[in-house]
Ligand binder design. Structure first.
Ligand SMILES: [Zn+2]
Length: 174
């Protein structure tokens, strides 16, 4: 019940069944994540990639019961956006997805076990916003102590921009 489940963790890069950002081989640096925010009228999408090392503490297929539990714990943490990101506006979370599998999802995907030297965790959130959104705050730094930077890019009605977020600088206004 486990080897199927975890294959997704290390094997999602380049597979078609996840909606994730393409991860550049040289883009994987421990302590550094990426975030893309795109506005389409009232629909906002937030896509995040984090090194698995900074989320789980390991990047290999979970081998112990404890590691499997760690994966499940983070999957449930990521199921809502609260601990991850907050848009500064009147927004409702419409959809959340992480590349961490829950048990059932893992069976459906049935990936073969793939071993990579490194792996990222991909998170995708879609919001419906009924007001202007003036910026974003990242909450990940509060509970992922080894995460030092998130390279944020946004493309919103007011324009495009980028910012390098960090624990003392975890919010941006555009
Ligand atoms: Zn790594």
């Amino acid at each position: 019940m486990t080897s199927n489940g975890i294959a997704i963790l290390t094997g999602f890069v380049g597979t078609a069944c996840f909606s994730v950002l393409p991860v550049k081989a040289q883009g994987h640096v421990h302590g550094e994540g990426t975030m893309h925010i795109v506005q389409d009228n009232n629909n906002w999408s937030v896509e995040i990639a984090l090194p698995a090392a900074d989320v789980l503490g390991f990047e290999h297929v979970p081998e112990t019961t404890q590691q499997q539990q760690t994966v499940r714990d983070f999957a449930s943490k990521f199921a809502t956006s609260d601990k991850v990101v907050a848009l500064n506006g009147e927004c409702t979370l419409e959809d959340a997805h992480s590349s961490l599998p829950d048990h059932n999802e893992a069976q459906e995907h049935g990936h073969e076990k793939v071993s990579h030297a490194h792996s990222d965790i991909a998170l995708t959130y879609r919001f419906s916003c009924q007001s202007t959104v003036s910026g974003v705050k990242v909450n990940l730094f509060q509970w992922l102590p080894s995460l030092n930077h998130i390279e944020l890019q946004w493309a919103v009605a007011d324009g495009q921009g980028a910012s390098n977020l960090s624990p003392p600088n975890s919010a941006v206004t555009w």
